[in-house]
Design a binder for this molecule. Structure first.
Ligand code: B4P
Length: 190
């Protein structure tokens, strides 16, 4: 299966992805993780990406689309892929549709993880204490929320029009949220 995870920052995309890839035996493709890796490797891409990430802005479409295109060409993606945090703009979604169409393997499902803004902020500030991520400061979190509403939320209508969107309640414990995701995915598999 090919599945996209959409949701505001802190909605739990990365958290849920870990369980879902085990459940479906598919590859986890997180653009956030790939960009953080490029940053810690000190590559040209990583340096460019870091500036955007630290401001809570999106990394330019062409950079993100290129790293995803390279990754989905690898043999392990043939059995299925979970796109975590990608696409985040309409341009990225169109590029992904085109790449998958060329491979004759379109998206099956788009899961929208929903949670209250207050809870999202609480989770990210909690994570800031543990992981010290450069983009988990109160100012950057506020900007990431704003960017999500303006640039990523339009994707919900894009995928609803394709009949692929499934909203998931992201409130509650990680296990409670995963049970909802598993039910939705298993129903789609049948
Ligand atoms: P991401 O790495 O995708 O980060 P995120 O949206 O903050 O996190 P996520 O929703 O995965 O939250 P998590 O499970 O960790 O992006 C970071 C940045 O990279 C972006 O701002 C952007 O600059 C750049 N980027 C990435 N993809 C891009 C793209 N396609 N285009 C352009 N730029 C891109 O959960 C958060 C915290 O909550 C964790 O500490 C977790 O333990 C906790 N948590 C999760 N579920 C919980 C629950 N149910 N209850 C309590 N706590 C929970």
């Amino acid at each position: 299966m090919r599945i996209v995870f959409i949701g505001p920052p802190g909605a739990g995309k990365g958290t849920q992805a870990k369980q879902l890839i085990d459940h479906l035996s598919i590859v986890h493709l997180s653009t956030g993780d790939m960009l953080r890796q490029a940053r810690s490797d000190g590559t040209e891409l990583g340096i460019k990406a870091a500036e955007c990430m630290d401001r809570g802005e999106l990394v330019p479409d062409e950079l993100v689309v290129a790293i995803v295109a390279e990754r989905i060409g690898k043999p392990d993606c043939q059995a299925g892929c979970l796109f975590d945090g990608f696409p985040r703009t309409i341009a990225q979604a169109e590029a992904l549709d085109e790449q998958l169409q060329q491979r004759g393997a379109p998206l099956d499902l788009v899961l929208e993880l929903k949670a209250d803004e207050e809870e999202l902020t609480r989770r990210m500030l909690e994570r800031a204490k543990i992981e010290k991520r450069a983009d988990d400061t109160p100012e950057t979190i506020a900007n990431r929320m704003k960017v999500y509403r303006s640039q990523t939320e339009p994707l919900l209508a894009y995928y609803a029009n394709q009949g692929k969107l499934a909203p998931i309640d992201g409130m509650g414990t990680p296990d409670e949220v995963f049970a909802r995701i598993r039910d939705c995915v298993d129903e789609k598999k049948q």
